[in-house]
Ligand binder design. Sequence first.
Ligand SMILES: *Cc1c(COP(=O)(O)O)cnc(C)c1O
Length: 371
Amino acid sequence: MSTPAPRLGMTDEAGQRVLRTVRDDVRAIAAYEVHAQAGAIKLDAMESPYGLPEAVRDQVAAAVRAVEFNRYPDSAPAALVAQVREAFGVPSEADLLFGNGSDELIGMLVQATCTPGDVVLTPWPSFVYFDLAARFHHARFVPVPLTEDLQLDLAATIAAIEAHRPKLVFLAMPNNPTGGLWPREAVRAILQAAPGLVVVDEAYQAFTDETWMPRAAQEPNLAVLRTLSKIGLAGLRFGYLAAHPAWIRELNKVRPPYNIDSATLAALSVVLANKPALDEQAARVRAARPALAVALRALPGTTVFDSAGNFLLVRFARGGDAVFQALKARNILVRNFSGAHPLLANCLRISIGSPDENAALLAALNAILTD
Ligand SMILES: *Cc1c(COP(=O)(O)O)cnc(C)c1O
């Protein structure tokens, strides 16, 4: 049963108090929205189109059944740390920090490094939570525009690092929402120039061969961030950060106690023991990418940017808003970036789905664009 929410008009007492009490910058933004549409083909959030295999589900159920929910969790049990190291090739010299999704780790990174006014810098457009986390923790967010073709502008990035001396530099690789992968030489130059910590966010690493993980403890100012969200476990909130132990020791101090709950820990252990099944699903998504890009490029009035992720950024000469709405009317959800940034004008970000979903997307776009 849902009861109507009380209206929060700015004239009543609660509204007045909200106005006086809640931060201006918080009141000015919109809450992060999840777009639900019953029965829709969901290509808007880079979720995997594939669910957990039945046998793994049964093992998860048994593991969760055995959890002692009356006890607080040990949010970083040694056995699970060892499993994560093994499953994801974390070098032995690096230490690990677990987060309730990598979003939580992004917040903790800003919290532990930035006093009010300190700078968080990132090539832009990129992952919106870099901006939000910086603002929520009173840091100054410095976005460095990508080039017109949505590549890293290395000269501008180095110049901005020298001018702003950021505590943190975030590099999403592959970059969300553009799909690009910054050259190793460029990342090396950024590591050299950055006075603070450089966080390479590898949320989409499963869809490329490129990774900085082996270097995680070799560079004095590199941390590598990963998540399980894009490889079929978006509902299981879990991310991890790998870096030299000196970084992890300090970052761990701002971690909320018990941040990974017992049910997640139990499920995770089972899922990681079945990692080949996840790898196989990610490989299927990756294998579908080139053909989908070719098919999208063949449509009238499209520009498809090269992507190393499980998504493609597409510019529509017809207008991003119009194509977004037309897809939505056909029950296909994608992410509309049209109004988000001038560099993304008329761009939609489309997650790669199952073969059937991709076929439905192409049929719908064909109808829309040749209409
Ligand atoms: C999706 C995404 C994340 C968020 O991951 P969660 O673990 O689900 O919080 C982090 N970084 C980038 C670049 C992403 O695109």
